[in-house]
Every structure is written in structure tokens, then in C-alpha cells.
Design a protein around this ligand. Structure first.
Ligand SMILES: Nc1ncnc2c1ncn2[C@@H]1O[C@H](COP(=O)(O)OP(=O)(O)OP(=O)(O)O)[C@@H](O)[C@H]1O
Length: 255
């Protein structure tokens, strides 16, 4: 059964999509079969992996709201071993439409059940909210990776997110674990970046997987459209950071 990992943080623009897309591509490059589920109505991962979110017939919306099968909505991507369950524009309304569905917190979990054995990893890119789309992603996940920017208010946001994860664990998914934190857009010349990063590390009592991804211009060019950096500039600092992060993550999984 594939491991389901949700990339969550209700704060916008912290690097969820960048981290999810790049880890998906580098895990796939290691020969593992990967599915990326784009649960973000902004659809940057969908665009970055080569699809138009306005003209696609396949989408996670059809799975969540129209009860279509996940398998019928999955697309192969240009990256070998990486499939996509794409987002589309309608997904923006799904947060409200889900309220009226039976088992509304477990629609994604039920939909992924039949395809889970086809993949080694299923990575879910969450929207910047703690609404029903994120709750669905957390309710079906084995673990969460939290991309977080080392900036003012990062800790307040992290506390709220951890409370929500605890609630989901208590009521919907007892097995949910926090795998780790990825400190994104880290600026080693900024004292604040360093201080906040230290605080974030202290926040967790048990030792978590922590990786720092530096602020990187080449990564911005690729990640603004959700493109994997390995398809854009595989030698830049950002690419090396995400590759190292992925390999360390995979090594931890096999321990
Ligand atoms: N390491 C980095 N260095 C510099 N810029 C980065 C880095 N990682 C991501 N960015 C930029 O930060 C912005 C936000 O990144 P991203 O879209 O991955 O965040 P997000 O949390 O998924 O956003 P949203 O909440 O809107 O879904 C993008 O413009 C991206 O190009």
C-alpha cells in the first residue's frame, strides 16, 4: 500500500506546492511510483506538470463532488513514474459543496482506497486553509510534512496547525503522524530567519525530519508555475536542496 503524505500549512505562500512537486519528482526519479493529488484550487502543481486547469476534463473535483473514480481522473505526467490527479477551477467551490456530502471528511480517503496499491507514494498538495479540503487530505494521510517559512508569526500559525492535526488525529485518523518540517525560502544572511528557525526546531519535543531549503532565484522561476526544478535547472542550489531533502526522507522511511 502506498504511503499517503499530506503537505499542509494554512498559511499561504509558504512553499507547500514547491515542496510537494519537487519531492514527488525526486521520489519518482528514484524509481518509485508516485501520485500527486492537487487539492489546491489555485492548481499550480497541475499547471507546472503541464496541464491547463481550465480545460481539463479530469479533476479531483469530479472525484470529490461527482463521485467519479479516482482512476478515471489520473493523468500521466512528463516525469517518468509520476502521475497527477489534477485540480481545476471548480475545486474553489468544493469546500462548500463537501459540507453537504455524506462522510464529508472521508471522501478523499474512500476514493484513494482503490488506487492506493498502485503507488509507492501518494503526495497531497493542500490549499492554504484548514477547511474540508485540508481535512480530507489529513483524514486519509499516514503523515504530514509541514512546509514553513522562517518569518514573524510562523510559530503562531504552526500552533494552530498542530491543534488542527491533533483534532483530526483524535476524531478521524488515529494513525496520523507529523513526519517533519521543511523550512522554506531560508535566508542565511537574515538574523530573523535564523532565530525563527531555531524557535521552530524547539517547538517539537520529538526529533523530527527538518530540512532547510535556501531562498533561490532559479527555484522561484520554476516554482512560480509549480514546475519541478529538475525539469528547469537540475544543477542549481534549489534543485540540490530538494534532491537532498528527498533522499534523506526516503532513507528515513526505509529505517
Ligand atoms: N526556496 C525558495 N526560494 C525562493 N522562493 C521560493 C522558494 N520556494 C518557493 N518560493 C516561491 O514562493 C512562492 C510560494 O510558493 P508555493 O506556491 O510553493 O507556496 P504554497 O504554500 O503552495 O502557496 P499557496 O498557499 O498559495 O498554495 C512562489 O512564488 C515560489 O516561487
Amino acid at each position: 500500500m502506498g504511503k499517503i503524505v499530506s503537505f499542509s500549512n494554512q498559511k499561504g505562500g509558504v512553499g507547500k506546492t514547491t515542496t510537494c512537486v519537487n519531492m514527488a519528482a525526486y521520489i519518482a526519479a528514484e524509481g518509485k511510483k508516485v501520485l500527486l493529488v492537487d487539492m489546491d484550487p489555485q492548481g499550480n502543481a497541475t499547471t507546472g506538470l503541464g496541464f491547463s486547469k481550465s480545460s481539463l476534463e479530469q479533476s479531483i473535483y469530479s472525484v470529490l463532488i461527482d463521485d467519479e473514480k479516482a482512476l478515471e481522473n489520473i493523468m500521466p505526467t512528463e516525469v517518468e513514474n509520476l502521475d497527477l490527479l489534477p485540480s481545476n477551477i471548480d475545486l474553489a467551490g468544493a469546500e462548500v459543496e463537501l459540507v453537504y456530502k455524506k462522510n464529508r471528511e472521508r471522501v478523499l480517503k474512500n476514493a484513494l482506497e482503490e488506487i492506493r496499491s498502485r503507488y509507492d507514494y501518494i503526495l497531497i498538495d493542500c490549499p492554504p486553509s484548514l477547511g474540508l479540503l485540508t481535512i480530507n487530505a489529513l483524514a486519509c494521510a499516514d503523515s504530514v510534512i509541514i512546509p514553513i517559512q522562517s518569518e514573524y508569526y510562523a510559530l503562531e500559525g504552526l500552533s494552530q496547525l498542530m491543534n488542527s492535526i491533533s483534532l483530526v488525529k483524535q476524531h478521524l485518523n488515529a494513525g496520523l503522524e507529523v513526519d517533519g518540517v521543511v523550512l522554506t525560502m531560508y535566508d542565511s544572511r537574515s538574523l530573523i530567519s535564523k532565530q525563527i528557525a531555531e524557535e521552530i526546531k524547539k517547538f517539537f519535543t520529538k526529533r523530527l525530519f527538518e530540512i532547510v531549503v535556501p531562498r533561490n532565484v532559479r527555484l522561484v522561476e520554476a516554482s512560480s508555475y509549480g514546475k519541478p526544478i529538475m525539469m528547469h535547472d537540475p544543477k542549481c542550489t534549489g534543485a540540490r536542496a530538494y534532491k537532498a531533502l528527498t533522499l534523506e526522507y526516503l532513507a528515513r522511511q526505509s529505517k
